[in-house]
Ligand binder design. Structure first.
Ligand SMILES: C[S@@+](CC[C@H](N)C(=O)[O-])C[C@H]1O[C@@H](n2cnc3c(N)ncnc32)[C@H](O)[C@@H]1O
Length: 243
């Protein structure tokens, strides 16, 4: 079996999905509070920016992949209105359940489906917009997942990939210190799990940088790709148009 990386470790491809599942099973119940703490609330601004760039219209059909606890799906649903549809999906049941329960508490019932981004159970050309926030990094076959995202979009539809990326050089040292010294301790303190947050820091370093991901999206069928660096490249929003 081929090898891939799980953070800095080299593992069998078949093992990676299980290890990623273990991470999100472990953190699901504390995921939202940890997101606020570790990003100092900035993930809310990154997601708000993504929603603004999505510029959805009433009636649009949207697929949120790796949707987890549902921040984007919820915001999108408000914009597409009752004539539109947002499908909230994730490979992990614990994350999806947490998100679905949160949305039901807010009076929102969305179609919710467990699915692997690498094998999407939707017809070709079904959606106006596909989003994946902080999910692509965890996928084993990223090229396959991006090709699937292109397949389920209509011609002219857009893919929004919000993901950690390569920070600007002056931020590198403090960012590394924060990632490897502070994050695992925060994870241990709040979620009782340092290893999952060590994986987070490592997986960010192993993820393709802005230019590489742009090239991968072009190969997958996105004829035009724009890159928006946020917070000095801590995060980047890649917007691909299927054309
Ligand atoms: C860091 S969370 C992001 C959740 C949410 N999108 C957000 O921005 O808060 C990453 C999510 O990716 C999901 N994931 C990992 N591999 C996946 C795959 N192959 N297909 C679909 N989802 C996957 C995980 O289960 C997890 O819920």
């Amino acid at each position: 079996m081929s090898q891939t990386h799980f953070g800095y470790q080299s593992v069998d491809e078949g093992e990676k999905a299980q290890r990623v599942k273990g991470v999100f099973d472990s953190v699901a119940s504390k995921y939202d509070v940890m997101n606020d703490l570790m990003s100092m609330g900035m993930h809310r601004a990154w997601k708000a920016y993504t929603v603004a760039v999505a510029n959805l219209r009433e009636g649009d059909k949207v697929l949120d992949i790796a949707g987890g606890t549902g921040d984007l799906a919820k915001a999108f649903a408000r914009r597409v209105g009752p004539s539109g549809q947002v499908v909230h999906t994730d490979i992990n049941e614990a994350m999806l359940r947490t998100g679905r329960d949160r949305m039901l508490d807010d009076g929102l019932a969305l179609p919710t489906t467990i699915c692997d981004a690498e094998q999407l159970p939707f017809r070709s050309g079904s959606f106006d917009l596909v989003s994946v926030a902080f999910g692509l990094r965890n996928m084993t076959h990223k090229e396959q997942a991006l090709a699937e995202m292109a397949r389920v979009l209509r011609e002219g539809g857009r893919l929004l990939v919000l993901e950690f990326s390569k920070v600007a050089a002056p931020l590198q040292k403090p960012y590394d210190w924060y990632s490897f010294k502070v994050l695992p301790r925060l994870g241990q303190w709040v979620a009782g799990d340092a290893d999952s947050y060590r994986y987070l820091a490592e997986s960010i370093r192993m993820h393709p940088d802005q230019a590489t991901l742009k090239a991968m999206m072009k190969t997958a069928g996105f004829g035009h790709v724009d890159v928006h660096n946020l917070t000095g490249g801590v995060v980047a929003l890649h917007v691909g148009i299927k054309c």
